[in-house]
Design a protein around this ligand. Sequence first.
Ligand SMILES: [Zn+2]
Length: 339
Amino acid sequence: MPANVRKFLAQTSVFLRIGTALLGAGALTFVAFTIIFASVLFFQPRGMSLPATVQPIAPAGPQDTILVVAAHPDDEFLGVAGYVAASIKNGAQAYVIVVTNGEASLIADAITKRSLLFPPSFFVKEGNRRPMESLAALSWIGVPKDQVYFLGYPTRELKNLLLRNWSASTPFRSPYTKQSAPPFDMVFDPDARYTGENAVADIRELIERIRPTILLTQGKEDENDDHRAVYYFTQKAMADAGRESGFPSATSTREYFFLIHFRQYSFPGVARFSYELVPPVDFEKNNAQWYSFSLTRELFDLKKQGVAEYKSQLVNPYLKLLLNSFVKRNELLYTEESQ
Ligand SMILES: [Zn+2]
């Protein structure tokens, strides 16, 4: 064999060995990451239990009217379905406001840019379908359909209403439906132009009608912009409520917040009665007072059945994990100041 051919073969075998080693290392890294990822998604670490500072909370009673204000059709159920179910069984009234119809959530983050290629009719259809899923889920826990309000404000765009299109002179135009007012079948105020003022006015009007003794809404620490915007709309609506109607807002309504998106807060992503939701260790607001509502096995099963109604969300593998991650033996609420 000529020397240059031998040299070539020797070099090739070195490259092959290096290549094999790299491939092996790559495969090992992949396996390691898969194991770590799977444990975050599916296994609750042992010894992960509620800190002593978390107080138990009892369901509301016959003297109470609960109002849940949520951003998208599913937040209301993931966050507080067990608490609301137990309170209704206990004689409380319950109402739900969902600020958007969820028309642009299905495709979510993965294809945000491409989503503009879908025709507006696609999003209108989504915005008509998702509220039906919420109604079906809420009927499992006894919330009557006529006590659930969808406001139809633009999904994924509430921040614009809050920060840029606040006043009525500049309504926001949805990049999804291409509309500046809700184009959906079943909304509280179909003529409401997309402005922050109108969103607050709708919520305020409902607060004045419903007169909640307990208000449950999304926390301002949530990592989702729509969720945070709903917090601010609701705070403003509560502050405005009652000026004309005599509703004594801030003083007599107990207000609690719930989290949906906060790092890996709710994971593992499987519905399991032995799993417990615990407050995130790195929660920004250190003086929050946390409350845990314990679900009975029966309430857990009801919540699981209800979550199965959100079929449009469950087809997305990530959302399936997220939705199931809220089906645990407890739900967490917090107030903004330690008591
Ligand atoms: Zn949401």
